[in-house]
Write a protein that binds this ligand. Structure first.
Ligand code: SAH
Ligand code: SF4
Ligand code: F3S
Length: 487
C-alpha cells in the first residue's frame, strides 16, 4: 500500500520513501473554545486513512485539529513499524516533541498505530514522556484514554479486535486536495509473510460492510471528490457476508470484484483505484470487472517481494515465480499492454544468493513494471523470519542489490513513460504542481503523474493532455483543445 504524499515519486529508496511519508494536519475548522489536536502520520495509506477516523472521533470529544504543534494541547503520532528506520524516525520525533512539552506542562503526547501496537506498554518504559499508547483497533476509546491521561495516569489500549471496521465513522479528510480520497474497505491481514510485522500490529483480517463503503463513495462524490482509492492489505480477499441485509433479501456474499462494481456504479465520473493486490489472490473476475468499467483505473499494484521461488517460499508468499508471471500475463491479456503495474521488492532477504537476486531482476524485466517501491530487508522482532532464519546478508550487499533493483526500475520507468510521448492522456486535475504554481498536476488512468500549464483549468476537472516530454517519474504536456476522449 503506498502513499498519497509519495505519489509523484515513482522510484523510491527506503530512505526517500520514509522521508516523504510524514504528513501533518492542516487546520480544518475554527478552534475557539475547543482543545487543539495535532496529528502526524507515518507509514502507509491505511495509517493516513486511520488518522482521518481519529480526527473524527476526537472532534466529537471537543478537539479541533491544528497544524501548529507548538499550540497543541494534544499531540498524536500515528506510527509505522514496517522497517527499523520507520521506528527510528518516530523515536527521534518523540525526542523533539518532548522538548516542546517541557515548556508546556499540560500538553499530552499519544502514540498510535502499528509501533504502538508492537511495543505496547514497553513504549511507556522506553519513552518516558509518552502519555497515551493506542493500537489501530482502539481509536473509539481515545477520548477516554485522553481523559485518563489528563488525570496523570497513563492511557493504554492495544486491544486488537476481530470486528472493528469503523464503518459508521465519517472520516474528517485531513490535508485533502478535495479531489482524491481513501476509503478503507478492510482491516488487518491473515497472511503470514515471514518478513512482515503487519499481522501482529493490525490483527485479523475483516471486511467492512459494502453498503457503508458505497455510501462513503457517494458522499465523497457529492462533496466534489472525483477519485477514491479502496484500501486494504490484501483487497482481493475482501469478503463480506450478511444474512438479510436491509437492502437485499436472504444471504449476500460480496467479493472484491462485486465491491468494485458497486463502487464503479456510484458515478461514471468517479475514478476508482485500489491497493494492495496480492498475487496469490487477484482473480480474472477482478481483471474483467476493471475492463468492464472505464472509471476503474487501469492500474494494479502487485507486490512481488522476490523473483525467486525458493526465497518466495521462505517469505511464505505462497506463490512461485511462474505463478507471479502468469498473473502478469493475465493482466496484459485482459487489460492490455498499457495497464499500469507497480510492485514492491525486497533486497537481501535471509540467505538470498546472487543468483536468486538475479531472479528478482529478471522477474522485473519480464513484468515491465511502471514503477516500484523497493526496500532492503529489515528484520522485525517477533516475525516468523526473525524466529526461523538468520538475517545473514551483510548490509553493504543488501544496499548494492537494492541499488541494482532501483537502477533497473529507473530505466524501465523511463522507457514505459517514453511510450506515451505523443499520446493523449485523460488526467484528473489534483491541484498545483509541486514545483510551480503556474503548472497543474494530476494522474492519468495508469497512475502516472502528469504536469501541464495551468491556463484556466481547475482541480477536480478531467482534461486531455498531449504528452510532449517525460522523465522516469513524470509526464509533461499541455491540454489539447478540442478534447478527444481517450483512456
Ligand atoms: N500488504 C502489502 C504490503 C504491506 S507492507 C502486501 O502484501 O504486499 C509494504 C511493503 O513493505 C511490502 O510489500 C514489502 O515490500 C515491504 N516490507 C514489509 N516488511 C518488510 C521488512 N521487514 N523489510 C523490508 N521491507 C519490508
Ligand atoms: Fe504483510 Fe504479507 Fe499481509 Fe502484506 S500480505 S501485510 S506483506 S503479511
Ligand atoms: Fe502500514 Fe506501517 Fe502499519 S506500513 S500497516 S503503518 S506497519
Amino acid at each position: 500500500m503506498e502513499h498519497r504524499v509519495a505519489d509523484s515519486l515513482k522510484i523510491l529508496t527506503e530512505a526517500d520513501k520514509e522521508a516523504c511519508e510524514t504528513v501533518r494536519v492542516s487546520e480544518n475548522e475554527p478552534v475557539s473554545g475547543k482543545k487543539r489536536l495535532f496529528i502526524e502520520s507515518y507509514g502507509c495509506q491505511m495509517n493516513f486513512s486511520d488518522s482521518e477516523i481519529v480526527a473524527s472521533v476526537m472532534r466529537d470529544a471537543g478537539f479541533a485539529t491544528t497544524s501548529d504543534v507548538n499550540n497543541a494541547d494534544l499531540i498524536f503520532l500515528n506510527t509505522c513499524a514496517i522497517r527499523d528506520n520507520a521506528e527510528q524516525k518516530v523515536r527521534n520525533r518523540l525526542k523533539q516533541l518532548n522538548f516542546i512539552k517541557k515548556n508546556k506542562p499540560g500538553m499530552l503526547i499519544g502514540v498510535l498505530g502499528c509501533m504502538a501496537e508492537r511495543l505496547k506498554t514497553k513504549f511507556l518504559e522506553e519513552e518516558k514522556m509518552v502519555d497515551i499508547v493506542t493500537g489501530p483497533d482502539a481509536y473509539r476509546d481515545l477520548p477516554r484514554l485522553v481523559e485518563e491521561a489528563e488525570t496523570g495516569q497513563k492511557g493504554v489500549n492495544v486491544f486488537l479486535s476481530r470486528e472493528e471496521t469503523y464503518a459508521d465513522i465519517s472520516p474528517i479528510r485531513l490535508n485533502s486536495n478535495g479531489v482524491t480520497a481513501f476509503i478503507s474497505i478492510m482491516r488487518g491481514c491473515d497472511n503470514m509473510c515471514s518478513f512482515c510485522v503487519v499481522p501482529f500490529t493490525r490483527g485479523r483480517e475483516r471486511s467492512r460492510d459494502p453498503y457503508s463503503i458505497v455510501k462513503e463513495a457517494e458522499d465523497l462524490f457529492r462533496d466534489g471528490y472525483r477519485e477514491v482509492t479502496l484500501l486494504g492489505q490484501n483487497v482481493d480477499s475482501y469478503k463480506w457476508k450478511s444474512e438479510g441485509h436491509a437492502e437485499t433479501s436472504g444471504e449476500t456474499v460480496v467479493n472484491f470484484a462485486n465491491l468494485l462494481e458497486m463502487v464503479a456504479k456510484v458515478n461514471p465520473e468517479l475514478r476508482i483505484r485500489f491497493s494492495t493486490s496480492h498475487p496469490k489472490d487477484i482473480t480474472d473476475e477482478v481483471l474483467y470487472t476493471m475492463k468492464k468499467y472505464d472509471n476503474i483505473c487501469n492500474y494494479i499494484h502487485l507486490p512481488a517481494q522476490s523473483g525467486n521461488t525458493r526465497v518466495l517460499e521462505l517469505m511464505n508468499r505462497t506463490y512461485t515465480r511462474e505463478w507471479y508471471m502468469g498473473r502478469i500475463d493475465a493482466i496484459r491479456r485482459i487489460l492490455g499492454e498499457d495497464c499500469g503495474i507497480s510492485h514492491d521488492m525486497i533486497a537481501g532477504f535471509c540467505s538470498e544468493t546472487e543468483e536468486e537476486h538475479q531472479d528478482s531482476l529478471s522477474l522485473m524485466a519480464y513484468s515491465d513494471f511502471d514503477f516500484g517501491y523497493m526496500f532492503a530487508y529489515s528484520e522485525r522482532p517477533g516475525t516468523l523470519a526473525a524466529k526461523k532464519f538468520t538475517d545473514d546478508i551483510p548490509e553493504e550487499v543488501k544496499k548494492r542489490r537494492l541499488a541494482e533493483i532501483i537502477e533497473l526500475q529507473r530505466g524501465m520507468s523511463l522507457t514505459r513513460n517514453q511510450r506515451l510521448l505523443g499520446t493523449i492522456q485523460k488526467v484528473l486535475i489534483e491541484g498545483p504542481s509541486k514545483k510551480s504554481d503556474s503548472d497543474l498536476c494530476g494522474r492519468n488512468d495508469q497512475n502516472k503523474m502528469v504536469v501541464f500549464p495551468r491556463e484556466n483549468f481547475e482541480k477536480g476537472q478531467y482534461v486531455d493532455v498531449l504528452i510532449t516530454e517525460c522523465n522516469a517519474a513524470t509526464l509533461l504536456g499541455r491540454v489539447v483543445q478540442p478534447e478527444p476522449v481517450v483512456g
